[in-house]
Design a protein. Structure first.
Length: 386
């Protein structure tokens, strides 16, 4: 290659735009240009190395930054089995987030977010039930979720009220099982307005505190408990069409409940109830009207239980003494169950006027139409130890 070609490739030109001839020994100016060319090559490599180093630093920092950010996004949570004890109340309509905040405030979970994450991951954010729950403090969020979703962990007072239990004993049982003073139940029973009693109850709770098994939360008041029983009665009344059935029989709903309460007290077995109801209707329908002479009503007046009043006991002065007064007593003598109410609405067909529990051990009841048949049943009753 000649000098012209080399200069052309190097792009050297004179003042008039012509290629400039250069020789190796062109002096100080040539040496300066060669040094500048070497420095330029070094200037390109240094920034490249700096970029590589910086990228490594940024990359490493990004990795550790990612770890830090990940730790920041994971909410605080406890481990282990927890400690101590605390009661948490879930109110009706509360969201999972609101419950989570209360759990954090009470020290059950380390953070509300840990709980909402746990219950959200389980797909059960909408399955929390109102009530009071006994939990431990410092629980893992997943454990807290599990305990709140387990029905057995709800704090409930379970009260079983038997059919035929009188109101006074109903209130005593409620007080015993719930730990609340009996005087509070007595006061609540007298305030008919707060209990939403049906109009035909005439403001009295006896007969309308429906017997069943109830579960009450710790903060449920005596008034709320009794109101729940009245509501349960009204559900049964609607199911059996109490008002329509009473009208068809020529009685008021209140009279049907009085009859049902007597049936409940007198019957030893559910299958005998419709026949006992028929005896009551047959006596009420006779002309002249026959006295009911039910021992259970006398026992109610005496504050006792039983269906075998003595002769002196049948002399008690009380409107509930159906030996002394014709017709029905003024009110129910107990809280009848659904079988007794249905029997009062659907008495079995027959012309019986008497019934006797001939065997106290088996609770078998037999029925009679005449006085002679009745006397035979009484003899059987006595022979069986009655």
């Amino acid at each position: 290659m000649n000098d012209l070609d080399l200069n052309t490739l190097l792009g050297a030109e004179d003042d008039e735009g012509q290629p400039r001839r250069r020789t190796r020994g062109s002096g100080k100016r040539g040496n300066s240009r060669r040094r500048r060319r070497r420095r330029n090559r070094g200037g390109f490599i240094a920034p490249l190395l700096a970029f590589v180093v910086l990228a490594g630093i940024i990359g490493g920092g990004g990795y550790y930054g990612y770890l830090w950010l990940s730790d920041a996004l994971v909410p605080d949570d406890y481990t282990g089995q927890g400690t101590g004890e605390v009661v948490i109340e879930i109110k009706d309509g509360q969201s999972a987030a609101e419950v989570a905040e209360e759990l954090e405030r009470q020290g059950v979970v380390a953070s509300a977010r840990a709980f909402t994450n746990a219950i959200g991951n389980a797909g059960k954010s909408d399955q929390l039930q109102p009530g009071s729950y006994k939990l431990r403090k410092q629980l893992p969020a997943t454990t807290a979720v599990s305990m709140l979703l387990t029905p057995d962990n709800r704090l409930l007072a379970k009260v079983r009220l038997k059919e035929g239990l009188r109101l006074s004993d109903t209130l005593t049982t409620l007080a015993k099982e719930t730990g609340k003073p009996v005087k509070e139940f007595t006061a609540a029973a007298k305030d008919a307005g707060d209990l939403d009693l049906p109009p035909y109850a005439k403001g009295r709770l006896e007969g309308y505190a429906f017997p069943a098994t109830y579960e009450f939360q710790p903060k449920t008041t005596p008034t709320q408990m009794l109101a729940a029983m009245v509501d349960r009665f009204k559900q049964t009344a609607d199911k059996v069409d109490l008002e329509g059935g009473a009208k068809a029989l020529g009685h008021t709903p209140h009279e049907i409940i009085i009859i049902a309460s007597i049936v409940q007290a007198e019957a030893g077995r559910a299958e005998d109830m419709p026949k006992i109801a028929r005896v009551i209707y047959n006596r009420l329908g006779r002309e002249p009207q026959m006295k009911l002479e039910m021992d259970s009503t006398v026992m109610y007046a005496l504050g006792k239980y039983g269906t075998a009043a003595t002769i002196p006991e049948t002399k008690i002065k009380s409107r509930y003494n159906t030996y002394a007064h014709p017709g029905l007593p003024p009110g129910p003598i107990a809280n009848p169950g659904d079988h007794a109410i249905e029997a009062a609405l659907n008495p079995e067909k027959g012309d019986w006027l008497y019934f006797v529990a001939t065997d106290p051990k088996s609770n078998i009841t037999k029925f009679a139409t005449t006085e002679a048949e009745r006397q035979a049943l009484l003899a059987e009753y006595e022979s069986n130890g009655g």
